[in-house]
Design a protein around this ligand. Structure first.
Ligand SMILES: NC(=O)C[C@H](N)C(=O)O
Length: 485
């Protein structure tokens, strides 16, 4: 096994036994990035020098016996996390030269435990997209097939894991942005309950939906990363002040008697036959393991995509108002007066998808339309949330596909935003309900591309989805399959 292929817990064991140093592991990953990233384009910025300095520090801590499970582990972050002194672009030209003066809380927590940052990862611009094609820094390719998308918006976070360029990564998920790329790249991706992880220092897209979470090689690593970043942060008033369990204690391969809900509304006509087959096989595996299946209904599912694209765009139009050419980022060189400067800076700095969403959101919030669109969407959101809470009265977890199709080809949906938006049909309701879900590898398509299954838990039920995901992972071999790159 090469050093760059190890999970967090495997590398930790070797570091602990002093078989390898963090500097050696970091060098192995940096060399791997250099060898593979010209093809994959998962990284916007590689922080080689900073990484080696941090790895030396970690080795000192290890030598002094001050070791944590993350000490010396090379990680990479979606370029939406503020990193002090390291350029942070959010995949946008408007922030191309932005160097933040402080760290996001989630990164600060990893850093304090001794994690080593190897770089910042590509993403859809401002996290708006499902394919990583809207980045101003070129699209990321799927390491399983370079002609295909890795998913989005945290496409770089998933591609870097699949290409073995980082031991673990962090992404963000507003409507599926962790789970869908994890599913498309054969990784584990976990979106925690809204409020479980601080959003401080995470560039805001849709603040009532955004949530930070890990993308990893296996479920154990996801549990480790979640435990490290979760918990109350006085700097984010939406982070919830409740104790953080030791999620690794949920790594028990036992689902006997677990009640798993199968929502009837998720049997959509557009479901790809390969995805359907992978789901059927997953259900059979869980049955063999002793889980019980219950037919459930989430009656407002049909409205989820429309509701999401009203709320997310409304919040985005407000959040992105700060990019005005004065406070952050790009300022047009052409501008005459103040208004002209705003207009030109934003016109030059934002890409097409971001502009589309700002316009949609501004329209939905404008007087006369607010009640008809935004307010109505908020009411439907509550109904969707109630659907889930009702379902969780009878089941422990809900099982669904992550995405309706395996990874599609680069360019296939770029000119058809509606088709692109439908990629998140199974993930969006979870964000609207504010609850948690994980994506786990569950098969390969006819053409050998990864497919993921989604396990949805009740609010703050991360332990139950980790347990169910772990049992499945231990019973199958899918997480051991590797992209041939
Ligand atoms: N950001 C996300 O979670 C992805 C979703 N496809 C969106 O564009 O909004």
């Amino acid at each position: 096994m090469e050093l760059y292929e190890l999970t967090i817990h495997e590398l930790h064991d070797r570091l602990k036994r002093k078989e390898v140093s963090s500097v050696e592991a970091t060098r192995a990953l940096l060399a791997r990035i250099e060898a593979t990233d010209p093809k994959v384009n998962a990284f916007i910025t590689v922080t080689a020098d900073e990484a080696l300095t941090a790895a030396q520090e970690a080795d000192k801590r290890i030598a002094a016996g001050e070791m944590d499970v993350l000490t010396g582990i090379p990680v990479a972050l979606k370029d939406i996390f503020l990193t002090r002194g390291v350029r942070t672009t959010c995949g946008s030209k408007i922030l191309a030269g932005f160097v933040p003066p402080y760290d996001a809380t989630s990164w600060e927590r990893l850093r304090e435990r001794g994690a080593v940052l190897v770089g910042k990862l590509n993403q859809d611009e401002f996290a708006m997209g499902s394919s990583c094609e809207s980045s101003a820094f070129g699209s990321t390719k799927n390491p399983w097939d370079l002609a295909c998308i890795p998913g989005g918006s945290s496409g770089g976070s998933a591609a870097a894991i699949a290409a073995r360029q980082a031991t673990a990564t962090l992404g963000t998920d507003t409507g599926g942005s962790i789970r869908q790329p994890a599913s498309h790249c054969g990784c584990v991706g976990l979106k925690p309950t809204y409020g479980r992880v601080s959003r401080y220092g995470v560039i805001a897209y849709a603040s009532s939906l955004d949530q930070v979470g890990p993308v990893t090689r296996d479920v154990r690593d996801a549990a480790i990363m979640l435990g490290a970043v979760a918990g109350h942060d006085p700097k984010d008033s939406t982070s919830v002040d409740r104790p953080v369990p030791d999620y690794t204690r949920s790594l028990v391969p036992d689902v006997k008697g677990l009640k798993v809900g199968l929502p009837r509304e998720y049997h959509i006509p557009g479901l790809d036959p390969d995805v359907k087959q992978a789901m059927d096989a997953a259900i059979a595996t869980y049955r063999q393991l002793g889980a019980e299946f219950v037919d459930i209904s989430l009656p407002h599912t049909d409205y989820a995509v429309a509701t999401y694209y009203l709320i997310a765009t409304a919040e985005a139009s407000s959040n992105l108002a700060r990019y005005d050419g004065v406070r952050f980022g790009h300022r047009s060189a052409e501008a005459g007066g103040l208004v002209d400067m705003y207009n030109k800076s934003r016109a030059e700095g934002f890409g097409a998808e971001v502009k589309r969403r700002i316009m949609l959101g501004t329209y939905a919030l404008s007087s006369g339309y607010y009640d008809a669109y935004y307010l109505k969407a908020q009411k439907v959101r509550t109904l969707i949330m109630h659907d889930f809470l009702k379902a969780f009265e009878t089941v422990d977890v809900i099982l669904t596909p992550v995405a309706p199709t395996p990874p599609f080809r680069i360019g296939e949906k770029v000119n058809d935003p509606l088709q692109m938006y439908l990629s998140d049909i199974f993930t969006i309701p979870v964000n609207l309900a504010g609850t948690c879900a994980v994506s786990v590898p569950t098969g390969l398509s006819q053409s050998g591309l990864p497919i993921g299954l989604q396990l949805i838990g009740r609010p703050f039920g991360e332990e139950s989805i980790i347990k169910a995901a772990y049992a499945f992972e231990q019973a199958t071999e899918w997480h051991k399959k590797k992209a041939d790159i």
